[in-house]
Design a protein around this ligand. Sequence first.
Ligand SMILES: C[S@@+](CC[C@H](N)C(=O)[O-])C[C@H]1O[C@@H](n2cnc3c(N)ncnc32)[C@H](O)[C@@H]1O
Length: 257
Amino acid sequence: MSITMQNGPTQTASSLLARSFVLGYGLLAYLIFFGTFLYAVGFISRFIVPKTIDSGVAGSTAQALLIDLALMSLFAVQHSGMARQGFKKLFAAFASPALERSTYVLLASLSLILLFWQWRPITAVVWEIETPVAAYAAVAGSFAGWLIVLYSTFLISHFELFGLTQVVSHFAGRLAEPMKFRTPGLYRLIRHPIYLGFIIAFWSTPTMTLGHMLFAMVTTAYIFVGIWLEERDLITLFGDQYRHYREKVAMLLPGLF
Ligand SMILES: C[S@@+](CC[C@H](N)C(=O)[O-])C[C@H]1O[C@@H](n2cnc3c(N)ncnc32)[C@H](O)[C@@H]1O
């Protein structure tokens, strides 16, 4: 009885401290992610930020190609590796599962920050839209792409995707519910609106340089690999519910594929 009375408040205090740490970590990861997302808009759509996809130390084209491909590969390995169920189980063996999504989001953001920082431009122009109306339309297209990305994250649960729901539930002493399968709004038309938004944002530009095109080509190819991996996991998690959805709803373009 006396042991309980001595340990009770201490345990409660240390548990509160641990839960506050998890909450603080999740909040910090989210803020870093959101800042990185905003910077990504400026970096790729060449808007406001100091360093864009077409600025910085140029160097030789071969060197730029090697460095840029290495930066994109690092992001792809981190992003796809940590998204798999096997990695999630491994993570849970070492740390609180509440930290898993925030860690994923934090490391993805850090690898993107490294890419923005170290990206080497290749400024040869592939296309340049000279008609002002068409050029403005291309810029508007890219911003529409970014908005589709952000809007679609809210459709399937923005705060869960970026780890906040998990750390807040943990702080409140609740177990976060497993992610639910949802098909609201755009998800009734296509299965991957977030990825479609990225593709639009990456390709819709009035001036396409070789470096920007390299980025758009590699990320688009990576999105198709990502879809294949993601759908394999979604079938494992949701079985026939996802199989039926895949039969009825297009992947990226309604009526086409
Ligand atoms: C970056 S989001 C991309 C979602 C989707 N591929 C898209 O492009 O809109 C990846 C996460 O969303 C989850 N996800 C994909 N489709 C979903 C759906 N219809 N409902 C709930 N979660 C989904 C995946 O399991 C994965 O954790």
